[in-house]
Design a protein around this ligand. Structure first.
Ligand code: WTA
Length: 651
């Protein structure tokens, strides 16, 4: 599909970037005066308590500093500064799994955030710079807790509710958090599920740093209360004052940590700043989603991922928008749930992942016909490349061929979108994230920094720093430098490597081709193969293992494991039953170590792995085998080239 889709100009009243000329002008403005242009936006968008004295400090590159000396507060930027003009506007519209609703106006949100901030300060002694782990379902209190941390300068680390107690403990310990905020549980597909027992298990050992657990009671199920440690949010919040001064934060003070997968077993605590992060969250919200005063915007992500941080909580609220939060799943009670909600709330911007689009297409091709979706103006996708059939269904069935699709490319580390169409300006090519946003100096290069030829695959890089970029890996500056900045320099500055491959067409359109490292993308969730391998190795009978991604019709990629066992299992005396039993056990280990999101879609037992003489596993071969491709790679460097045929015969 190389057809070009022109934006429907008549659907945009007053977009910030109206056409490609305006886009080019803005790109040129950044090129001609990089710091001056960023300063212009920082002055216009941020409500500074104290002005900054330097736009960009590169003296300790790649540890860049933006807007040094300035003071502001992200919660003030997202809530308090709007109270004069928007106090009665809906800030958060919540819909529960069972259809229950709650709307918080900006004034109500301010009260809730302030009460929570006072609770954290007073009851739990949380101070500026302390770490708070948030392990919560998709309920408004999750956003309120994040903003309360921001208000008092505590650094939050949200852990996705699908992670296991082991994964939660690792993150608590790495951040040395003193408070965990959680819920008894929540509702999914009409039934209660639990979170608090997972926190209890995580805190069983090695978590002396945690002094308190604050529990939001959502589903009312019975939970264990540890005396002196566990407190009910619902009870304590009643007596808190709704007034709380915002803590003045230096621009570079960390706002949050968010752990993400890399190419080694240990997740990295991606550290974001206050001013630079919120500036770009707000700017991209306004540019890419064309947020207008009366719009209702819905992003279906979970607050446990970066998309939930930037485009459910911080971006929309900084832009003064109305953001929808949904507790449930898109397929309950049926595959029309999202479209029903679009009709009911008159959603104008809908933002989701290609995996959800594929699932909803498969489960309910004609469900959208039952609802009035004409309020929609912009449809967004994120998390993985979108395939043409999913794009077409999204465009035609959901958008009525009358919406702009914004295929937004970015990462946990970039803080916000970096390559994306502008809905009123950019002619769209399906499956292309189109052009870098103004201010993002992106290039596709070879490892040594030379630009790739048109149509050639290269590394997607950003060659100049930008305000919302990752600042550090918590407690591991060396890993930060090593993971993102190779030896490659451009104009004397280190180049940021995204880890993704990309390709540019003659007319400048960029297509993201997927990860170039050992990270796979399962249902839009980033998963380190090393992390899954480390979990599998915890099974007593596993000698070695290699995990690769395998194309999956709904998930994008599925997890495929090649496992070498120490001894052949013989519990049943029946090969198939024994193998199935061991697979089940291995998946149970994964569930305990990481969570159900990392379960293997397929697993085979092999006598050995294809290794070079120096012991390096040739993953490329395993990837090709998993895809069912012919092996074209040179196998002569393998210690035992015959192993490739042996494995192939087992597939
Ligand atoms: C992938 C999610 C193609 C990419 C915001 C990236 C995409 C990883 C797109 C980051 C897109 C994200 N097209 N691939 N529009 N958006 N990706 O950190 O591989 O959870 O590196 O952030 O998702 O995943 P993360």
């Amino acid at each position: 599909m190389s057809t070009m889709f022109q934006p429907k100009k008549e659907r945009f009243n007053n977009p910030l970037i109206k056409n490609m000329c305006e886009y080019q002008d803005l790109v040129a403005e950044f090129e001609n005066d990089f710091e001056g242009t960023w300063a212009k936006f920082a002055d216009e968008k941020i409500d500074w308590f104290k002005p900054y004295n330097k736009v960009l400090d590169e003296s300790e590159a790649p540890f860049y500093k933006w807007f040094s000396g300035g003071e502001m507060n992200v919660a003030h930027q997202c809530i308090d500064r709007h109270l004069e003009t928007k106090k009665n506007k809906a800030a958060i519209i919540f819909e529960g799994d069972n259809g229950d609703q709650k709307i918080l106006t900006y004034r109500e949100l301010a009260y809730e955030v302030n009460k929570t901030a006072n609770l954290f300060k007073g009851q739990f002694n949380i101070k500026k710079g302390d770490r708070v782990v948030i392990y919560m379902p998709m309920i408004p209190e999750a956003a309120v807790t994040m903003l309360a941390c921001a208000k008092i300068g505590a650094i939050h680390s949200v852990v996705f509710g699908g992670f296991s107690s082991e994964a939660l403990r690792d993150r608590i310990v790495d951040a040395e958090a003193s408070l965990v905020v959680t819920a008894d549980g929540a509702f999914r597909k009409g039934k209660p599920y639990m979170l608090k027992p997972i926190v209890d298990k995580a805190l069983e050992h090695d978590c002396e740093c945690v002094k308190n657990v604050c529990i939001v009671e959502r589903n009312g199920e019975d939970i264990h209360w540890e005396a002196g440690r566990d407190y009910s949010y619902n009870e304590l919040i009643k007596s808190q004052s709704p007034k709380c001064e915002a803590e003045p934060m230096e621009s570079e003070d960390p706002l949050f940590l968010l752990y993400t997968s890399g190419s080694t077993g240990k997740p990295k605590g991606v550290q974001h700043s206050s001013a630079g992060y919120i500036l770009w969250a707000q700017m991209t919200m306004e540019w890419v989603f064309d947020i207008q005063e009366n719009d209702t915007y819905w992003c279906t992500a979970d607050v446990g991922w970066i998309t939930g941080h930037t485009y459910i909580v911080y971006g929309p609220l900084a832009a003064g928008a109305t953001t929808v939060m949904f507790e449930g799943v898109p397929t309950f009670p049926d595959a029309g749930r999202c479209w029903k909600m679009v009709e009911e709330y008159q959603i104008n911007q809908f933002y989701t992942a290609p995996t959800a689009i594929r699932l909803l297409h498969k489960m309910g091709e004609n469900e959208p016909d039952k609802y009035d979706l004409s309020s929609l103006r912009i449809l967004g996708t994120v998390g993985e490349p979108i395939d043409p059939p999913a794009w077409k269904w999204y465009y035609e069935k959901i958008g009525g061929s009358n919406c702009s699709i914004v295929d937004t490319y970015w990462q946990t580390e970039t803080g916000g979108h970096i390559v994306s169409p502008l809905p009123a300006a950019t002619p769209i090519k399906p499956a292309s994230a189109t052009f870098p946003l103004p201010g993002i100096i992106a290039e596709i290069i070879e490892e040594d920094g030379t630009p790739t030829e048109v149509g050639e695959k290269g590394f997607m890089c950003v060659t100049k720093p930008w305000p919302s970029m990752i600042r550090n890996i918590w407690n591991d500056p060396e890993r930060f430098k090593k993971s993102y900045f190779g030896d490659c320099k451009k104009d004397g500055q280190p180049v940021y490597f995204t880890g993704d491959g990309a390709m540019m067409e003659e007319d400048g359109y960029i297509t993201i081709t997927g990860r170039t490292d050992d990270v796979i993308n399962v249902s839009g969730h980033r998963m380190g193969t090393a992390e899954v391998e480390a979990a599998i190795k915890k099974h007593d009978n596993v000698a070695s293992v290699a995990v690769v991604g395998k194309p999956h019709p709904i998930k994008g990629e599925g997890i495929f494991a090649y496992v070498v066992l120490k001894s052949v299992p013989m519990a049943h005396g029946d090969d198939i039953a024994d193998e199935l039993e061991t697979m089940k056990e291995i998946n149970a280990v994964i569930k305990t170590e990481i969570g159900a999101i990392a379960l293997c879609d397929a697993m085979i037992f092999v006598p050995d792995l294809p290794k070079t003489r120096s012991g390096k596993i040739m993953r490329r071969i395993l990837r090709s085998l998993a895809k069912g491709e012919e092996i074209t790679q040179d196998t002569s460097t393998l210690e035992d080239p015959s192993i490739v045929d042996t494995i192939a015969s087992k597939m």
